[in-house]
Design a protein around this ligand. Structure first.
Ligand SMILES: [Mg+2]
Length: 387
């Protein structure tokens, strides 16, 4: 039964900004924007002080500067944030029974059954303290009967907050909230519902399921459930199931290295496209090869969270060089991306040339419309005269 569940949602407060403030305390309390400052830059994250001006992530930097001319731009480093993220995950992993890493700065913990021994609220407060003590990073959490309500509770408690919503109070907690507070309710859905005069959860929950389905399809049904405090999605333990991969077996075995490397690049391009469509980032890449004698070997590397081909193609080729040691024909090559978490805006942080961000967005739009093979990076082509 849902009412017996105890789910913690933990979210680091303006994570990227907190990492920067720890490095440079002079930034504390100021409107700080992480992301490119040029006209084509995009806001990856910002401080609570910047949010007061209406600035939010994924907003064009130019607009952010108009809203708050005194904002301090920091370029940011995904490599550093990825490392910090792993440290926080490590702290939690040591201490909790079932942990899901949902994004670079968010975790779900299933405390069901444990609360009899600890008291889940006391335990969660302890974790919050521990994270602050061991990493210097502030975190907020919500504790309730499922992932969705816990996440909403976290958001309501931020920053540096904690909030428990026990089963009997779930509906009274949700009712007065704006529908935009429901996780996963996108902008176009928000507009549709607003036009119908639906602004608060208490109104949304009264709309008959059939009508919700008629207006918004399957998503409508899930929203209807959420408005009623129901979320059946399970906590997926850390690293399990969270990978995507592809492999190819050759019709005739080969050791044509340039061709194999071009193939690897194409595989990575395909997988990263899928990642971006799912709005996910990866932190681990694995290359597998199988020799003609069926011996199978793999090489793996941890990387900063990314969903871009540029970084991963180079990595895949390095791994191939490391794993392909015998001068023997190959019958299979495969690539896997794992340690997946939600996230996408941050891709801007990798590039000094911010055009890259819009380039990828444009490429993805073309691919979504015309198919994966409509566009191929030059690095993925096996052309004479090119590396
Ligand atoms: Mg956060």
């Amino acid at each position: 039964m849902q009412k017996d569940k105890q789910v913690i949602h933990m979210d680091l407060d303006s994570f990227f900004v907190s990492v920067e403030v720890r490095k440079n305390p002079a930034l504390a309390g100021k409107p700080v924007i992480i992301g490119g400052s040029s006209d084509r830059g995009v806001v990856a994250s910002c401080s609570y002080e910047a949010r007061k001006y209406g600035i939010h992530s994924a907003m064009p930097s130019r607009l952010a500067r108009q809203l708050c001319p005194q904002a301090i731009f920091v370029k940011g480093s995904m490599e550093e944030y990825s490392k910090e993220s792993q440290v926080v995950t490590g702290v939690l992993k040591e201490r909790v029974p079932v942990l899901e890493k949902a994004s670079i700065d968010e975790h779900y913990i299933d405390m069901t059954g444990m609360d009899r021994f600890f008291g889940a609220m006391k335990f969660a407060s302890g974790l919050k303290e521990t994270i602050l003590k061991e990493t210097g990073l502030p975190v907020s959490f919500g504790l309730s009967v499922n992932k969705m309500v816990s996440k909403v509770a976290t958001n309501e408690s931020k920053p540096n907050g904690q909030l428990q919503v026990p089963f009997p109070h779930v509906q009274t907690f949700l009712d007065p909230l704006m529908i935009s507070k429901i996780p996963g309710l996108g902008e176009s859905t928000f507009r549709k519902l607003s036009e119908m005069g639906v602004r608060y959860v208490r109104t949304l929950k009264e709309i008959p399921q059939e009508l919700m389905f008629k207006i918004l399809g399957k998503n409508g049904l899930s929203l209807s459930q959420k408005a009623n405090g129901i979320d059946l999605s399970p906590i997926v333990p850390y690293q399990e199931r969270k990978s995507i991969g592809t492999q190819q077996t050759f019709e005739s075995d080969t050791m044509d290295i340039p061709k194999l490397k071009a193939l690897l690049a194409r595989m990575v391009t395909e997988l990263t496209f899928e990642l971006r469509q799912q709005r996910k980032l990866t932190a681990c890449i694995t290359v597998t090869i199988r020799y003609s004698n069926f011996e199978t070997v793999t090489q793996q590397a941890m990387i900063p969270y990314t969903s871009l081909d540029s970084l991963l193609i180079g990595k895949a080729r390095d791994l191939f060089d490391k794993v392909y040691k015998k001068r023997m024909l190959l019958r299979l090559v495969g690539v896997k991306l794992s340690h997946l978490v939600s996230g996408h805006e941050q891709i801007d942080l990798y590039h000094t040339a911010e055009e890259r961000y819009s380039l990828y967005q444009a490429m993805d739009r073309v691919r979504a419309r015309y198919g994966m093979n409509s566009l191929v990076l030059a690095t993925a082509l096996d052309m004479p005269g090119r590396k």
